[in-house]
Structure formats: C-alpha cells, structure tokens
Write a protein of this length. Structure first.
Length: 160
C-alpha cells in the first residue's frame, strides 16, 4: 500500500499493480534483477580512476617523515600504506632512533612539504616525490602509489 496525500487529510490507497501481481503469483516476495558482479563496480582501466591528490601525497610524505622521526606512530598511517611499507618503516625507524640517541638530538623538527612531483606510470600506478624541509635540513621522500581496494595506497615509501 502507498500513502497518497490530499489537501487536509491523508488517504491510504492500495496500488492495484502490486495487488494483482501478489494474487497471481501466490507470494508476497518478488525476485529482484541480478546484481552486477563486483568487477563491474570497479572503475575500468580506460581512465575512470582519478590521479592521486597532491595534498594527500604531501600529507603522506609528512606522516612518513614524522613516523621515522618518532613524533608519529606508524599505525596512524595504516589506511594509506601496505604491510610491506609498515615493515620497512619499522626497521628504518629503529636506525633513526639509534642515530638520534648517539648524537643526543632531542629536537622536535617540524617538517614542511614542498611541491609534489607526480609521474603516473599506468592507470593504477603512480610515483611521487616530495621534498620535506625542516629548520635543519631538507629531506626527499619517494612514494610509489597503487590503486588498491578503491583508493590510492603507498606500496613503497622511502625517506632519504
């Protein structure tokens, strides 16, 4: 049944098409048309995938730098990086921590991202470089991005 609104009052009127179908089939449930497969919902290789956003690449470079520096946890990058990048950052962070303890450097460096240089290798693969600047030095960050699970994720992140 559907609700038809008239001026000043509500009136309930049955929809005749549904009632006749229900009576003729003897059931109240109706089959739905088949759903498209999951592959049909993914963007095609023909160009439906937008290139990675430069602001996202800058943030990823900053977060990667901060994760190695020790001011951010690697788990905070979880949505943007793959498992291989987590392992790589974990081992590199240990080396950075050791270097900082040897030099007794406890400064908190605030990184500022530079311009993003993006090179799209294919529709689903891109490489980007960002120069991250602190008060003391400039550091290059190289990122390989792949379009996985409907979003861009870093499959390699190197802070030089």
């Amino acid at each position: 049944m559907s609700v038809h609104v008239t001026r000043g009052s509500l009136a309930l009127k049955p929809i005749p098409e549904l009632r006749t179908e229900a009576r003729s089939s003897g059931r109240h449930l109706h089959a739905l048309p088949s759903l498209k497969s999951a592959r049909d919902h993914e963007p095609s290789v023909s160009g439906d995938i937008p290139p990675p956003d430069s602001r996202m690449v800058q943030k990823l470079a900053i977060y990667g730098y901060e994760a190695l520096d020790g001011s951010r946890t690697i788990a905070q990058l979880g949505a943007w990086i793959t498992r291989g990048v987590v392992e790589q950052l974990t081992s590199r962070r240990a080396a950075w921590t050791e270097r900082r303890s040897l030099y007794r450097d406890d400064r908190r460096l605030v990184p500022i991202p530079g311009k993003v240089h993006l090179s799209q290798l294919s529709n689903r693969v891109a490489e980007a470089t960002v120069v991250v600047q602190t008060e003391a030095r400039s550091t290059a960050v190289a990122i390989r991005l792949e379009f996985l699970h409907q979003r861009w994720r870093a499959t390699d992140l190197t802070v030089l």
